[in-house]
Design a binder for this molecule. Structure first.
Ligand SMILES: Cc1ncc(C[n+]2csc(CCOP(=O)(O)OP(=O)(O)O)c2C)c(N)n1
Ligand SMILES: [Mg+2]
Length: 321
């Protein structure tokens, strides 16, 4: 499907925002400005943005420990995220959650998750709520190749089929669970085929190609919305950085690391759109400049912000109804 110019520009802006966000957070994590572990999403941008383009305010996503890209693609404020990741007052979760625990219910983002495989059951719950309340919404549950081995994922997939709920499990297969290649940690099985065996339609797509991801998302999410049934998309993506910042990736060859950078989703997007004459090259430069300024300002504001007051340490633990 041909996307209009504004949608193309906005999609690129979101991918470029994720890239710039991750590069900045990565650098500041290495220099000790950010508390806790940080897992970068750089290289995987077309997955989050291509998928979330098919979602609206009525829809939900569940995320992972590598969740910054999912948040940005679903519409979270980068300023609020930056404050949260640096552990500052005013962050999306009061500066008390950090990178792995960003939740933003205001945009339908159920939360990043430090528990690998923890997001899939939440996604099924949100889809069940959408079905029960007849909101017309769907839920996308992002998970990794490693998480696809978890018992929680198997249970969530079973429940989704049994309960007939509109959840789309998006397996972002970046080839590794921490430092272990998928060929070893999953015993070489086809992840989409394994997911399909639960009784769902499963589709594979090249996650470096925004247009391919979006086309599959349009079909699969559209069908889930229409039929109320679950489905799976396996997106082949490249993790540019280590499992967490500071991981030297000694288990990947220099050739492999160089090769994945030749499949940069932002470059592939730009090249295709410029060649098709849909957006002129200088508009991309303008977007890149605006994104760089915004990220720089957000990081500076976060570094300058106060840490949460000690009196808030026990608040937000329980929800009051
Ligand atoms: C239940 C649980 N087991 C183990 C871990 C440690 N752990 C953190 S990330 C990770 C690998 C996850 O791999 P994958 O799902 O492929 O996501 P990716 O990091 O590649 O995005 C593991 C094992 C954890 N956080 N939670
Ligand atoms: Mg992985």
């Amino acid at each position: 499907m041909q996307l209009d110019r504004d949608t193309l520009a906005e999609s690129y802006r979101r991918m470029a925002t994720i890239r710039a966000f991750e590069e900045r957070v990565g650098a500041d994590s290495l220099s000790g400005l950010i508390p806790g572990f940080v897992h970068l999403y750089a290289g995987e941008e077309a997955s989050a943005v291509g998928i979330c383009l098919e979602l609206g305010a009525n829809d939900w996503i569940g995320s992972t420990h590598r969740g910054h890209g999912h948040c940005i693609a679903k519409g979270s404020s980068v300023e609020g995220m930056m404050l949260e990741i640096y552990g500052r007052e005013g962050g999306l979760c009061g500066g008390k959650g950090g990178s792995m625990h960003i939740a933003d219910l205001s945009v339908g983002m159920l939360g990043a998750n430090g528990i690998v495989g923890g997001g899939a059951p939440l996604a099924v719950g949100a889809a069940l709520a959408a079905k029960t309340l007849k909101t017309g919404g769907v839920c996308v549950g992002f998970l990794g190749d490693g998480a696809s081995n978890q018992g929680t994922t198997a249970e969530a997939m079973t429940m989704a089929v049994v309960l007939k709920v509109p959840v789309v499990f998006v397996i972002e297969n970046n080839g590794y669970g921490e430092f272990t290649a998928v060929s070893y940690h999953s015993g070489g099985v086809d992840l989409a085929a394994r997911a399909a065996s639960f009784g769902m339609q499963a589709t594979k797509v090249d996650g470096s190609d925004f247009f391919a991801v979006h086309e599959v998302a349009r079909e699969v999410i559209g069908k889930a919305r229409e039929t109320g049934m679950p489905a799976v998309i396996e997106v082949a993506v490249n993790r540019w950085h280590g499992h967490f910042t500071g991981d030297p990736q000694a288990y990947r060859s220099a050739e492999e690391l160089a090769l994945v950078r030749t499949r940069d989703p932002l470059v592939l997007f730009k090249t295709r759109v410029i060649e098709a004459g849909l957006i002129p090259a200088d508009l991309f430069d303008k977007i890149d400049g605006e994104v760089a300024e915004r990220i720089e300002a957000a990081a500076r504001a976060a570094i300058a912000a106060p840490v949460p007051h000690v009196s808030t340490v026990t608040t937000d633990v329980y929800v009051s109804y």
